[in-house]
Design a protein around this ligand. Sequence first.
Ligand code: CO
Length: 218
Amino acid sequence: MTDYQQLFENNRKWVATKLETDKTFFEKIAREQHPDYLYIGCSDSRVTAEDMMGVQPGEVFVHRNVANMVNALDLNVMSVINYAVRYLKVKHIIVCGHYNCGGVKAAMQSSDMGILNPWLRNIRDVYRLHKQELNAITDEETRYRRLVELNVQEQCINVSKLASVQQQYLANKFPIVHGWVFDIKSGLLKDLELNFEKILKDIQEIYNLTGTDWLEGK
Ligand code: CO
C-alpha cells in the first residue's frame, strides 16, 4: 500500500517525467481541453481509466461511479454527459464495466444494502429485463459475468435515450456509444461491439426526443 506522503513524491516525479519529454506540457494542457472520448466507468480502484487505455491528460473526459451506471435522475452523470456532448463535442462515449464488479455482485444478493439499495436496484432491473437469458445460465460465475455485460449494454441504451446525444448524432453522426468490459484477471479490454445505430433504431419509437425520424430510410 502506498504511504500517504509517497503520493506527493510520486507526483513530483510524474511532473519531472512529463517535463522531460515536453517542457511546455502543463502550459499546453492548462490552456484548454479537446478530449475525443467520454469514459463512464466503475469507481473500483483496480479499473483505471487513463492507464489501461494508455492515454495522456486531456484525452479523455472521465466519470466514475459504483457499477458504471447511467441513471437519468443522477444529476452528476447527466451533467457530465451533457457537458461532454454539447460543449466538448466528444466523438465517442464509452461505458466500461468490469468482471468481478462488487456493485453488480451486490445486486445479485438478497440483502439490505442501505443507501446502495436504490442505486443497485437499477442493476436488478437489468436482471429482470434479461431474466430469461440469465436464469438459463447455470454456472453462477458465468451468469455474473453476463450480467456485467448486460448492465453495460443497458447503460449504453440509457446514454442513447438522452436528447443531447440524439441531437448531436442527428447533426454530426457522432458521438458513437460503445460498450466495453475490462477483465481484471488479464488486464484486457473487451469491446462488446454493440451496434449503436441499431440501438438508436430500436429505441426510436419510444425514446426519440428530437421530433425527427432520424433513421428513416436506413
Ligand atoms: Co465495479
